[in-house]
Design a protein around this ligand. Structure first.
Ligand SMILES: O=C(O)CCC(=O)C(=O)O
Ligand SMILES: [Fe+2]
Length: 169
């Protein structure tokens, strides 16, 4: 992508999320965090030694083994939209532990809040657009009008085949 894009990233947003999951005597009854995908381009996650994070792969939940001294990088909704579906925003959730508490720090990185996320022309190059343009306002509107997180925000930006191209906005 062009240097204009890199400049935009330099002005971009970082959101730091601190999570703490206390032990739960009945871990099979609750989730620490429901299935969701992260808003943003990339999430850089620092987790402690306690397992809990699971990512969805082929309809199965795979537990991420924490590796001491490593960071876990997740693709978010914006990168899926920006890459016109080449990079997939991963659905993930967090389980709680019967005896141990768990902590994690997630750093979500994206463009400036007022930027519009769309694939650059050199990426789409005549191919069909999978997602409508999006911005932070449309995300906030969505979050305040829907109960669950899930992957539904990204779903809500999917371009429906019957819409004429002019309506994609
Ligand atoms: O605690 C974790 O491992 C993941 C947290 C998470 O998914 C998030 O903060 O978005
Ligand atoms: Fe997440």
């Amino acid at each position: 992508v062009g240097t204009g894009m890199l400049h935009e990233f330099q002005q971009g947003t970082q959101m730091l999320v601190m999570n703490h999951f206390p032990p739960c005597p009945e871990p099979e009854l609750v989730l620490g965090m429901p299935p969701h995908s992260d808003y943003g381009f990339l999430t850089i996650l620092l987790q402690d030694k306690v397992k809990g994070l699971q990512v969805q792969h082929d309809d199965h939940w795979i537990t991420v083994d924490p590796i001491v001294g490593s960071l876990f990088v997740n693709v978010g909704d914006h990168l899926e939209i920006f890459s016109n579906g080449r990079y997939k925003s991963v659905l993930h959730r967090v389980l709680v532990n019967r005896s141990k508490s768990r902590s994690s720090v997630a750093s979500l990185h994206s463009l400036p809040f007022d930027s519009v996320v769309r694939p650059p022309p050199e990426i789409v190059d005549g191919e069909e657009r999978l997602y409508a343009d999006t911005d932070f306002a449309s995300f906030l509107n969505y979050m305040t009008s829907h109960e669950t997180k899930h992957k539904h925000f990204l779903e809500s930006r999917k371009v429906v085949a019957v819409l004429p191209a002019a309506k994609i906005n």
